[in-house]
Each structure stands twice: as C-alpha cells, then as structure tokens.
Ligand binder design. Structure first.
Ligand code: ZN
Length: 256
C-alpha cells in the first residue's frame, strides 16, 4: 500500500491510499485498525502533506563510505545518531526556507524508515516486523553551522529542514534501491542503498537499544556522497526507485 496524508482546501488532514493517480480515504488508524474506501479522488485535486507526523526523527550520520570520505571523517564503528525535531517536517512541494543564520544550506537525499509498532530492544533479525514501510527524506543541513557548532542540533533543526514523502510504501525492499538527488535537473547524488555501512535492520536494533520508538517514528538512514549547497529559486528532487520523487522549492527567509 502507498499511504499518504492530504487536505482539501482548509479541511482536516486525512490519511489516504494511492491507487494509480487516485486517492482513497482511509477510515481509522493506518497503524492499527482501518478500512480503505474506494480510490476515486484525483491526486491533483488535493494538497499533499507529509505522510506522517512523527513523535521523533532519529537520524544516522556517516552511513555511506563515500560521503564520510568527502567530509574527511572516520568510518564509524557503530551508528552515529542525532535527532531532528518534528517541527522541521514539511511535505511534497512545500518550500525549504534558507535561514538568515547560514550561508551554506545543503541537501541530503536519504531513505527513511517508518516504524509501525512500539519498539524497544528489537534484535536485527526481527527488525522487519516493526517496520511499517519506507519513504523519502531530505536531511537539509546548514553545513557552516554544523562545522562551527560541533553539536549538530542547530544545523539540522530549522523549520522546513525535513521534507518527507510523497507517500509511505509498505511493500518496499530496502536492500538495493537507487537513491538520487537532482537540483534543477542537475544530478548531485546517486548511489544504491546497498552501500549503507549499517543496514536498516542494524539501525532499528541499535536505536531501539537506546530509546522506545513509537508508531510513525522515522529513522533517516544517512546520505550518499554529493551533498551540495542550495540557493533561493532552486527545485530539489530526491528520488528513490520504488518510492517516487520528493520535490521541494527553495526560498530565502524574509528578514526578522
Ligand atoms: Zn543526513
């Protein structure tokens, strides 16, 4: 199933499922009991929202060897994790806002794991049973602030710094999918998810040994090489084979 969230005009956000180019409303909780209504709402007639509002977004740094190399960093012995706040999430076609504090905001194309069950101490062999599905993320990062601070919180947490979507695919196989990022149709990143240092199951095991993950929580699995700066007026497209294309325009924040 392809799960999304959408809105008609100013109406209440709804969950829906996608069939070809039509949406069907989902009645109930898509993480528990639900019923799918017939898919008869044209996709173009609604505004897509981020497919989920997570309680937390756990991110993995330095999980592709070529990206580690481009920043002259060390290959980690265990996953290097950090958090992005839920307030950084935006959806398909929403604008990435470049904040006045940074001169170097960059895209990071990433595969996102969506957790389906309350999970703690899940062994890697059982991780698939707590994964609901997968979607695309862009771990937007103020690179200059990241380098200056040492701590990553400020550089990763601005509003709009976590585009997610366009939908969650529940049938996706993360073993070997092509992930790419285009800025204004110029290719900047391309790799396969098989190049991850720690795979999706190892990441679920590691993170649930630290904290309880809740249904709808998101794990960003790290970015391949090729991260590059964004400018006002750019259009960023992150694509993962089988998960569609996540597209966002970029604009400068007006001064405060
Ligand atoms: Zn990242």
């Amino acid at each position: 199933m392809q799960l999304l969230r959408f809105q008609f005009g100013e109406g209440e956000p709804r969950f829906g499922w996608l069939h070809q180019n039509n949406i069907g409303i989902i009645e109930g909780n898509p993480f528990a009991e639900f019923r799918r209504a017939e898919a008869n709402i044209p996709l173009e007639s609604v505004r897509l929202l981020a497919p989920i509002q997570p309680s937390k977004i756990v991110c993995v740094g330095r999980n592709y060897a070529a990206h580690v190399k481009e920043h002259q960093a060390e290959i980690p012995e265990y996953p290097l994790i950090f958090l992005k706040p839920p307030s950084s999430v935006i959806g398909q076609n929403d604008t990435i806002i470049l904040p006045p504090q940074s001169k170097q905001v960059e895209h990071e194309a990433e595969l996102a794991i969506v957790i389906g069950k309350r999970s703690r101490w899940v062994p890697a062999e059982q991780a698939t049973s707590v994964i609901y599905g997968y979607t695309i993320a862009n771990d937007v990062t103020a690179r200059d602030l990241q380098k200056r601070d040492g701590q990553w919180t400020r550089s990763k947490s601005f509003d709009s710094f976590c585009p997610l979507g366009p939908y969650i695919e529940t049938e996706f196989d993360p073993a070997d999918a092509v992930i790419s990022c285009f800025v204004n149709d110029d290719m900047r990143q391309m790799a396969s998810t098989r190049d991850m240092i720690f795979d999706t199951r190892q990441l679920v095991a590691f993170i649930t040994s630290i904290m309880t993950l809740l249904p709808g929580d998101i794990i960003l699995t790290g970015t391949p090489a090729g991260v590059s700066p964004l400018s006002p007026g750019d259009i960023v497209k992150v694509s993962i084979e089988g998960l569609g294309i996540l597209q966002n325009p970029v604009a400068q924040e007006s001064s405060h």
